[in-house]
Design a protein around this ligand. Structure first.
Ligand SMILES: [Zn+2]
Length: 631
């Protein structure tokens, strides 16, 4: 385990404004910096970074936290990963963990680094070959045909694997990589007979595949037309060849374009999912940068989980044909399983994103993405249209919809969809529709796939009433906290030294809100030593005081992002606010006394009533003194 002090040290030595500035352009406003939020889409900036408080906050989407949180959210890292990354950046040495385990981890890490330096070298070689190799014109012509711009080609680091048996193998050898290592990295293959290796990718357009850290873990190579005068030998080559599974790469994990899209995915909160690599390039080039694709396989559960780390919604942009619909049907339950709502962009029959943008331009595609329809609605309509009037086809189409509907969580929603299927296919008998859908569910269960746990489409049962916990404390409505209390605590946060310990302690006794009291107490304690405090420590402290997530915590996050009091207006504010707080307290006490006096009189306890009246008179005098002092 890495201690809190190390965490604090790394935080301390990381300039949060510089870190954020690597992703977002920031402008100084007072004590903070402001820019466009990387976590949601916006036109005017509401994202603030307060360097002294080591804290960021967005007023638009409420994203909030310290340097670790920023890296975790933006790069999709776990806390230990973010910790390591920022430790490296800040030059803080982390303690060696358990020696034996650490040795294994260290060796694993070294090996990974060695292998990714091979893939990186290979990518550089392919990129150079795209410019230089005599046959690369064929690859460039393919890119031109698809109107790929230089910038796009560079962003995704596309390259050309030469038309030769061992061009890469030789190049890697000159760089000091052994054939065994290069084989493990997946870029060369041992000869079946005799010694030696040959290049896995030959005469192909190369797409590097990166992991979430931006390191190349695999390649996807697309077949190209043969150079003039050469004859094809044997079967035509596969359209795509991918790296084999190995230490770097597991099939069905990772997404093409994820690293390039990661910041925009966060910002938009939605991923556009395409089928192929060229689709991703075309959509990216059309100005939609939050786009990814599965890697030459069908979309997998692991890829759905990966996307969940970045976005809250997915738009499927698959081909407008039968295969595209099948892919949509298959992807839907996987997305549903990880809680990602999905919509579909319906491309015209026979079009793919690549051809569509070439024909209708970027704006046409953008428009289409904006008008995406929910997956289930889309599938019902599309299948009904496709099935036409043939009864057999119609029955089959309804059956195919079974697993899709079965993955709809809510029984009510499910029931409504059953009705919609009946309407779309013009079947009057709801029960027979349900039976047909259930056949599809059973058939899907027989197949080994993630739909195995699909629910049966029974008639909708009344939704169970969830037990509502009775003694859970509701967070106080922020409006119940008097404004002057919030202002005073905020003022202390901005100017702890001008405000001063003595006045703060006085205010502590007058606050009516437990949350404000906890915040002030924590800030007072933290600033007592150095006169300043940072936001992460403050959050830890107030949590100790029992202030969990809720309106008060949210208020604090917003309040910390901005600094409204300077040394000058602090004094004048305190002059009016402190007596006001005191007066409010007196008024509360007066009301309480009146209530008790009336109670005593009702019960005939005149002696107690007259004691209470004396107290009340004293309070009136105190209030009068306050009033005079004010004048
Ligand atoms: Zn935001």
């Amino acid at each position: 385990m890495i201690g809190d002090d190390k965490v604090a040290e790394i935080r301390e030595r990381t300039d949060i404004a510089a870190l954020v500035g690597e992703y977002v352009s920031l402008k100084r406003v007072g004590a903070s910096f402001r820019g466009l939020c990387p976590f949601h889409s916006e036109k005017s900036p509401s994202f603030y970074v307060h360097p002294a408080r080591q804290f960021f906050h967005c007023f638009g989407c409420q994203a909030s936290g310290d340097v670790f949180k920023f890296v975790m959210q933006l790069e999709g890292r776990t806390f230990p990963e973010a910790l390591r990354q920022l430790a490296d950046r800040a030059g803080v040495e982390l303690p060696k963990e358990d020696a034996r385990e650490n040795e294994g981890v260290r060796r694993e890490k070294q090996k990974r680094e060695r292998l990714t330096s091979i893939t990186d070298t290979a990518a550089g070689f392919y990129m150079r070959m795209l410019e230089e190799h005599p046959h690369a014109g064929i690859a460039r012509a393919e890119l031109e045909k698809r109107r790929m711009e230089k910038e796009t080609v560079a962003t995704y680091r596309l390259g050309y694997a030469p038309h030769a048996w061992d061009a890469l193998a030789k190049h890697l050898a000159t760089r000091g990589f052994s054939p065994q290592e290069a084989e493990e990295a997946g870029v060369i293959v041992p000869r079946k007979t005799g010694d030696g290796h040959y290049d896995r990718f030959r005469h192909r357009l190369m797409f590097p595949i990166t992991d979430v850290h931006g390191r190349i873990v695999a390649f996807s190579g697309r077949a190209l037309d043969l150079p003039e005068g050469e004859k094809a030998s044997g079967d035509p080559p596969a359209k795509y060849v991918n790296s084999p599974e190995g230490p770097l790469y597991k099939k069905g994990e990772g997404l093409f374009g994820l690293h390039e899209a990661r910041v925009e995915l966060r910002r938009e909160g939605v991923a556009v999912l395409c089928e192929g690599n060229f689709d991703v390039l075309a959509v990216h080039q059309a100005g939609i940068r939050h786009v990814v694709a599965p890697l030459g396989t069908a979309f997998t559960a692991n890829q759905a989980k990966l996307l969940r780390r970045y976005v809250a919604r997915v738009v499927l942009l698959f081909d407008g044909d039968k295969a595209g619909r099948k892919a949509t049907r298959a992807a839907y339950p996987l997305l549903r399983e990880v809680g990602l709502p999905a919509q579909v962009v319906a491309l015209p029959q026979g079009e793919d994103p690549d051809s569509f943008t070439r024909g209708r331009g970027a704006d046409g595609l953008k428009q289409l993405v904006q008008t995406a329809t929910p997956v289930v609605d889309y599938l019902i309509e599309a299948e009904a249209t496709e099935a036409g009037n043939d009864p057999g086809m119609r029955a089959q189409a309804i059956e195919a919809l079974g697993p899709v509907l079965a993955s709809v969580e809510s029984p009510v929603e499910r029931g409504l969809y059953v009705e919609r299927v009946a309407q779309a296919f013009q079947v009057n008998n709801l029960e027979s529709v349900r039976q047909q859908l259930n056949r599809g569910v059973r058939a899907a269960r027989g197949r080994p796939n993630p739909q195995a746990n699909a629910r049966r489409l029974e008639a909708p049962a009344p939704a169970p009433v969830e037990a509502i916990p009775t003694n859970r404390l509701r967070p106080a409505d922020l409006n119940q906290i008097p404004g002057v209390e919030r202002d005073l605590v905020g003022c202390f946060l901005d100017q702890p030294l001008v405000f001063g310990q003595a006045r703060a302690e006085k205010v502590l006794t007058l606050l009516t809100s437990h949350e404000m009291e906890a915040i002030l107490l924590a800030a007072l304690r933290l600033s007592g030593v150095s006169g300043t405090f940072d936001a992460p420590s403050l959050f830890v402290e107030i949590e100790r005081e029992g202030v969990g997530p809720g309106p008060a915590r949210r208020w604090l996050e917003e309040r910390l992002a901005l600094q409204t009091f300077d040394a000058e207006n602090t004094e004048s504010f305190l002059e009016s606010a402190l007596p006001l707080l005191r007066r409010q307290q007196i008024e509360r006490e007066q009301r309480e006394l009146m209530r008790r006096i009336q109670e005593a009189l009702r019960e005939g306890e005149t002696e107690r009533a007259s004691d209470l009246m004396k107290l009340r008179d004293e309070l009136f005098r105190a209030a009068g003194a306050l009033q005079r002092a004010k004048r």
